[in-house]
Write a protein that binds this ligand. Structure first.
Ligand SMILES: C[S@@+](CC[C@H](N)C(=O)[O-])C[C@H]1O[C@@H](n2cnc3c(N)ncnc32)[C@H](O)[C@@H]1O
Length: 246
C-alpha cells in the first residue's frame, strides 16, 4: 500500500490491497444498511442479486449473510476478485470477472435486484457506463430494484473522517479527474483518482438506459457523540444513494 503517494488506478494489485485495508466505518453506517433496506422488499430464498463492481466483496457478502440473497459479484479487476474470494467467501456468493460492461451470460429479466456501490465514480468512460447501465436494466426482471450508491458529487473538497474527494474550494465538471483520499484502518491513507459526475449526469445515465428517474437519498450521521459533533458527515452527506426500478 502506498501512503499518500502517487494516485493509484483501481485495476491494480496495489489498489486492491490498499482497498482491502480501508476504513469502512462510514460506508458501514451510511451505505450498506440503506442498500439492504432498499432491496429488502424483493429478497427471499433463491432470489438472485447482482453486485456490480463488487471489489473486495463487502456488499456481496452482506447481501448473502444478512439479506438472504443468492449473489453474483462481478468486477473487471482480477485482483479485487482474488481478495473477495479469499476474504468474503459465502456459500451463496459467486464472484466473476467481467469486462465492466456486458452481462451477456445473463438472460433478460432473470435478476431480482442489482446494486452498484462506489463504481461509477471510478470509471472515466461514460460510454462504458451507459452500456453497463442498459445491461443492468435488461437483466433485471420488471419492477426489480437497482440501487446505485456513490460519492456525493456535491461534497467535493469536504474532509470527512475516512475520505476526501477533491480539493477544498475547487469546482469540478462532469468527467473531471478528482484526487481522492481514503483512510486506511491503520490511520494511513491511500490516494486514488475518481471521476466527477453531477447528480444530473447520474440521472441521465439511468433514464437513458430506460430506468425511471431515481429517488435520491443523502444520508448524514446523527450528531450523537462528542467526537461526531464536529465531524463533517453529521452536516454533509459523503455519499448519495439512488434507487430506481426496472
Ligand atoms: C471503489 S471500488 C468499490 C468496490 C465495492 N463495490 C465496494 O463498495 O466496496 C470500485 C470497484 O469498481 C470496479 N469497476 C470499475 N469500473 C467498473 C465497471 N465499468 N463495471 C464494474 N466495475 C467497475 C473496480 O474494479 C473496483 O473494484
Amino acid at each position: 500500500m502506498t501512503a499518500d503517494d502517487d494516485p493509484l488506478g483501481w485495476d491494480t494489485s496495489a489498489a486492491a490491497g490498499a482497498y482491502r485495508d480501508r476504513d469502512m466505518r462510514l460506508a458501514e453506517r451510511l451505505i450498506f444498511p440503506a442498500v439492504l433496506e432498499r432491496l429488502s422488499g424483493s429478497s427471499g430464498p433463491g432470489r438472485l442479486a447482482l453486485d456490480i463492481g463488487c471489489g473486495t466483496g463487502a456488499v456481496a457478502a452482506r447481501l448473502a449473510a444478512t439479506g438472504g440473497w443468492t449473489v453474483q459479484g462481478v468486477d473487471p479487476s482480477a485482483d479485487m476478485l482474488d481478495i473477495a474470494r479469499a476474504d468474503r467467501a459465502h456459500p451463496r456468493v459467486s464472484y466473476r470477472l467481467f469486462d465492466g460492461r456486458s452481462l451477456d451470460w445473463l438472460a433478460d429479466g432473470t435478476v431480482d435486484a442489482a446494486v452498484c456501490c462506489l463504481v461509477y465514480c471510478t470509471d472515466p468512460d461514460d460510454h462504458r457506463l451507459a452500456g453497463l447501465t442498459a445491461e443492468i436494466r435488461r437483466v433485471l426482471r420488471p419492477g426489480a430494484p437497482y440501487v446505485l450508491a456513490d460519492l456525493n458529487p456535491a461534497a467535493t473538497g469536504v474532509v470527512f473522517s475516512t475520505l476526501r474527494h477533491g480539493e477544498p474550494g475547487a469546482v469540478y465538471r462532469d468527467g473531471d479527474a478528482v484526487a481522492t483520499l481514503l483512510r486506511l484502518r491503520d490511520g494511513s491513507a491511500m490516494t486514488g483518482v475518481t471521476y466527477h459526475r453531477s447528480l444530473d449526469r447520474y440521472r441521465a445515465l439511468l433514464t437513458e438506459a430506460g430506468f425511471p428517474s431515481p429517488t435520491v437519498e443523502l444520508p448524514t450521521l446523527p450528531a450523537d457523540g462528542a467526537a461526531e459533533e464536529t465531524a463533517a458527515e453529521t452536516r454533509i452527506a459523503p455519499y448519495m444513494i439512488l434507487t430506481t426500478h426496472a
